[in-house]
Design a protein around this ligand. Sequence first.
Ligand code: PLP
Length: 364
Amino acid sequence: MKYSPDYIANLQPYVAGKTIAEVKKAYNPERIAKLASNENRLGCSPNVHSAVSEAMKVVQDYPDPASMQLRQELAEFYKQDVSRIVCASGSEGVMTLFTRAFIQEGDHVITAGATFIGFLVLANIQGANLQRIPLTEDFRFDVKAIADAVTNKTKVVYIANPNNPTGTIISETEYEWLLNNIPAHVIVIMDEAYFEYSQSFEEFPDSLVGQPENVIVFRTFSKAYGLAGLRVGYAIGDEKWISIMTKIKPPFDPSVVAQFAGIAALKDRDFLQKGLEIVESGRMRLYQFLDTMNLKYVPSYSNSVMLVFDSTLKAEEFTQNMLERGVILRRLPGFGLPNCVRVTIGLPDEMEFFEKHCAEVVEA
Ligand SMILES: *Cc1c(COP(=O)(O)O)cnc(C)c1O
């Protein structure tokens, strides 16, 4: 008996970055800086702590399946109708609703060669005919090649903007060009997990302005709001997509704790701003450092910067040496970039720690 189709049986298990406990046990370094998973090193808003305590008073009850209060806050914040928003357990939760609802076996789905693995896995679980268009030489989504690959059978184009792990974007000009050069029957996913970090760049497109019916936007509280462990994200788009995604949602996702946390996080603009400033200045400082070290990197629009080495071996040795010194970074063979390493921008003292050890490792 064949219980799973091959496209499920042949999936590779997800390999996460090393945990702090694992690194401590293996190498016992003087301190540890976890710069591997694009988390917010500042933590989350203190208001979230109080909201979570409040939520604890009602955890014996099932949460509001409509996440109405959270959706209303989001609707007000983005000046959208509440019927255009669905919340789920992280943007991966939202992505799961989307792929289950709209991608079936054999459906033609286009994305980039090196992009967010979560989407690739979810599309593969549905048995999609997934076409991955190689990135441009400067590690960007190739919008021309993507448009060329679209046929009258193509159902979905997935774009992470900014992209993970490269930190690059498609610009407003490219975004508009793409929408004008693919047929309207193709649903375009704009996965904007790092939107808050990139919105201040003039060339970054605001996909909620004049959003066409075939564009659906995914955003999350996991990154800039610092709630990765709580699992809350949302999609914004035409009611015809949102209503179907809502119908198939596990009714009590996201949890009551996640709903309370999301509301509190959204309201604390000062906390958000502080985190954005840390990343912005950390990024500039990291560029300067990498320039003095003659290390190659890709300029980024998110909270991580991708280093590019001459060979897979060099990337591997660098990451391992840094790990033994307590700096946890992310190698990217799973993304098809075996000679690249992703560094999350941490707090100033974590970046100092990174620099100190990076200088020693490179000079050795
Ligand atoms: C981190 C990340 C996500 C996952 O976000 P969750 O809301 O934690 O599920 C989605 N897309 C991209 C591109 C990411 O890097």
